[in-house]
Every structure is written in structure tokens, then in C-alpha cells.
Ligand binder design. Structure first.
Ligand SMILES: [Zn+2]
Length: 467
């Protein structure tokens, strides 16, 4: 945990510094980046869809990436893994090992998953040690690569690739839920359906980014953030980092990052995309070949970053800090009526007509919530880089929440990284809970209905602490 030096002590420190210490009075910003291969062995289960499939082919490698920044007083960093979602226990296991290594305080790392749907299960006995070792190694190498650096940030927009996936739709049959009821909105409605009315929420077209270069202008890392769930379009059982991986390579090419003894590390983090995907439900357009669409989206996003990158100002030093807090949230539990409903579902004979095709699956999910803990402590973080702030939320966060944080954050610039430091399911706003739909269903969403308000409140307080 960070402790700020009281101002009076700072004055004393300056007062007793030798007169010729001009260099010491001008602190140096340093940065280092690294990436480590965390591709799973074949046979591990690809998760992120309704049915897990054993990995049969590696299309492109998965990585644990790390960017470390040091302002001479505080050392902070980002870890980003190609995975659909990583639980807090796994991040904490890596944090403990990082703490033992002693090069950086594990609490000073904002760790997140990209949410590629073509990676394998993080909790698997075989894969978990590979993942943890990859994170620890990426951090160690990034620290080793620290060098004097300059930093800049900015943003562009790409509105054409983000679509709110929750829709008001006339046809009631498309709004049924696994609890025996009818919702107001439907996630992923049938494309081009004649009764489509309008999307139920906003999108955020902004692509935020941080760019770090050596003093002589060699690109060290560029970390971007876009609020798009993922793109997909790979073959069955194929492992891929999705468009997050394509972007990372492409941005290096466009920045003309040359191979040196230190690697360039391109990173794309996930913004707040719990309800935003890449599908235009009004007009699905032409069919794409495998990997074609994700390449197109990644290149578009990279192009927009490069346009904006030409206009940013690099700074040779900025203050860095990070604040964090555990927030206790109540876990949702089924009431007696819902328990009775699912008992009747479980008692249905094999092959009986189903009200909803996932009713059995939700009977199981709800049961697990009933038997599980009553509360969770979720880790929230806020980072400060000069007059930019970055929030970290361990859920698949609805875009409205990210837009609110951007608007209310007490810094000139702000963005949010989701699925950071944990993975607790979807985080809708209370207003979206009222509309129903997949992301709000108990079992898909697992915490108290006003959780997003509590989280936003806490993050804004943390940001205020950083000021
Ligand atoms: Zn997802």
C-alpha cells in the first residue's frame, strides 16, 4: 500500500539536499515492458461459450504482458493476460510471488484479462501454474527492462465497430428468461428480426491509449483501451488472442517499433463492454472468413490510435500513484419461489418441452449461488498517471458505467479496465437490471443489484485520494 510523503517532510528533504544536486531534484521517469508466452497445451478447455471445447489448434499464441512505470518515488504497473477472465485467487497467487521477488509491490499492479473467448480455463490444474508463472516472469522482465522514458496519452474514436447487444424487441418469444418469465429486452436478438425496436443502452466509441518511449524515441509500449467485448470468428477448438492480439502486433508495425535488445509490447485492454459487441443486429452484412473480421477491426482501431498518436505530447516526468480498496458486496440468492420453480424444472422428465433452452443450466447456477458465500470482497483500484486516471473493475462492466466514470472522474482524462483483479460475472446498472436480459439473470450476474453504484462511488473516492 502506498503512503504519501507528508509535505513538511518533503520540504525538509529538499532543504537538506546538497546544493549541487540539481539532477536529484529533477526526478527521472523510467519504463519497462515485457511479454511472456502463456499459450495453453492442446486439450485444455476453451471457455467463453455455452459449451467448453478442448483446444485442438493454436492459431496464435497467448501472452501475459506487463508495463512497469517508475516516477522515482512510486513504481506501478499493468499486467494484461489473454484470457476470458481470471479469478482473484489466481491474481493473488501471482501477487504473492511478485511480492517475494521484491522488485515491485504486488498491490501496485493493475492486473486484467482481455476477455478473448478463445483461451482456456484459468483455473485448470494443468494451466493455472503456466499462467501464474507467465505473469510473474512478465513482471520480472519488465522491471529488468526499466530505462529512462517519456510518456504520452490520448484518444481517438472508432464508432463503427461497437454495438449495444441488448435490444428492445417486439416478439415476446425472444424475451423469455430461464426463470419462467418474460424480460423487457433481449441479449443478442436474431439479426434483422422484423420486430427489432432499438438497443437498450449506449456504446462508447473512444479508444484511449498510453504511449511510452525511450528518451531517444524508441517505442517501448503502447497500451490501448476499447469497449468491445471481443470479435471472434475462429474455428472450433482454436486458441487465439482474438483482435487484442492482432491489434498489439499491428500497433507495433505502425509505430515502426524495431526489434532491439528490449521488446516493444503492444497491449489492448478491455474497456467497459459487458453489453457491447461487434454485431450489427440491424444488418449483419456479408459473411467473413475465419480471423478476417478480427483483423479488420484490430487494424481499424490501430489506425485510429496512430492518427491520435501523432498529436499527443510526450512528457519526461509525471507523478504516478495507485490506490486500492476492497468493497464488500452481497451475493444474490434465490428466494423460496425461485427455488421452488427450479425444483420443478429439475423434476421435468428427459425430453420434456422447455420454456427456455437454458432453464436447466440456470437451475444449476442458482443452486451454486445458494450454496456459496453470502458476500464477496472485490478489489477496486484507481491509477494516476499525471492528469490521467484509470479505474479497475473485476466484472464485465456495462458501457454506461464506464461513460459515467469518464464523466465524473476528477482528472482531465479517464478510462476503465474491466475484468481486472478478478472475474465475478456481469455488472449491469440498476436501470438495466429492471429491463432484464441475459446479463442481469441471477447466475450470470451474481451481486447486489446496486453494485455498480457502490463501485463507481468507491472508485471516485479512490481517485480523489490520488489527487
Ligand atoms: Zn464474454
Amino acid at each position: 500500500m502506498l503512503r504519501r510523503v507528508p509535505f513538511c517532510l518533503l520540504l525538509i528533504a529538499i532543504a537538506i539536499a546538497p546544493l549541487d544536486a540539481t539532477a536529484a531534484e529533477k526526478p527521472t521517469l523510467r519504463a519497462g515492458a515485457a511479454m511472456v508466452d502463456i499459450t495453453p497445451p492442446l486439450g485444455e478447455l476453451v471457455v467463453g461459450n455455452w459449451v467448453p471445447i478442448p483446444a485442438q489448434h493454436i492459431h496464435d499464441p497467448l501472452h501475459a504482458k506487463c508495463l512497469i512505470l517508475d516516477d522515482g518515488k512510486n513504481r506501478i504497473g499493468f499486467v494484461v493476460c489473454d484470457n476470458v477472465g481470471i479469478s482473484r485467487e489466481i491474481w493473488d497467487e501471482a501477487r504473492e510471488q511478485i511480492d517475494r521477488a521484491g522488485a515491485i509491490d504486488g498491490d501496485n499492479l493493475l492486473m486484467s484479462a482481455t476477455h478473448t473467448h478463445s483461451a482456456t480455463r484459468a483455473t485448470s490444474e494443468k494451466y493455472r501454474p503456466i499462467l501464474v508463472a507467465g505473469i510473474v516472469k512478465a513482471v520480472a522482465e519488465a522491471v529488468e527492462n526499466l530505462e529512462p522514458a517519456k510518456i504520452g496519452w490520448g484518444s481517438g474514436e472508432e464508432p463503427s465497430e461497437v454495438f449495444n447487444r441488448r435490444w428492445h424487441i417486439g416478439d415476446e418469444r425472444h424475451r423469455r428468461n430461464p426463470f419462467g418469465g418474460v424480460d423487457t429486452v433481449r441479449m443478442n436478438p436474431p439479426s434483422g428480426h422484423p420486430t427489432l425496436i432499438k438497443p437498450a443502452g449506449p456504446v462508447d466509441p473512444e479508444i484511449s491509449f498510453i504511449s511510452v518511449q525511450s528518451i531517444d524515441g524508441r517505442p517501448i509500449s503502447l497500451m490501448a483501451n476499447y469497449s468491445l467485448h471481443y470479435v471472434g470468428g475462429m474455428g472450433k477448438g482454436e486458441v487465439s488472442a482474438d483482435y487484442f492480439g492482432v491489434f498489439s502486433e499491428r500497433i507495433g508495425e505502425l509505430l515502426k517499433a524495431s526489434d532491439s535488445d528490449k521488446p516493444f509490447v503492444g497491449i489492448l485492454t478491455n474497456g467497459t463492454s459487458g453489453d457491447v459487441n461487434n454485431i450489427n443486429f440491424r444488418d449483419r452484412g456479408r459473411p467473413y472468413k475465419p480471423y478476417e473480421k478480427m483483423t479488420e477491426v484490430a487494424h481499424k482501431v490501430a489506425d485510429k490510435v496512430i492518427d491520435a498518436h501523432a498529436k499527443i505530447e510526450f512528457q519526461e516526468w509525471v507523478p504516478l500513484s495507485i490506490a486500492h480498496r476492497d468493497l464488500t458486496l452481497d451475493v444474490r440468492k434465490p428466494d423460496a419461489e425461485m427455488q421452488a420453480y427450479f425444483a420443478s424444472i429439475k423434476a421435468l422428465p428427459e425430453g420434456a418441452e422447455e420454456y427456455h433452452r437454458h432453464q436447466k443450466s440456470y437451475a444449476g447456477r442458482v443452486q451454486r449461488l445458494l450454496e456459496g458465500p453470502d458476500q464477496w470482497d472485490v478489489l477496486l483500484q484507481a491509477v494516476r498517471i499525471g492528469d490521467l486516471t484509470i479505474a479497475a473493475i473485476p466484472f464485465e462492466v456495462f458501457t454506461q458505467i464506464g461513460l459515467d466514470i469518464k464523466e465524473k472522474a476528477p482528472f482531465a482524462d479517464a478510462f476503465t479496465i474491466e475484468l481486472a483483479n478478478g472475474s465475478y460475472g456481469y455488472l449491469p446498472t440498476p436501470a438495466q437490471h429492471k429491463l432484464g436480459g441475459y446479463e442481469t439473470w441471477m447466475g450470470t450476474n451474481r451481486v447486489q443489484l446496486d453494485a455498480s453504484d457502490r463501485i463507481t462511488e468507491t472508485l471516485l473516492e479512490l481517485m480523489q485520494d490520488l489527487k
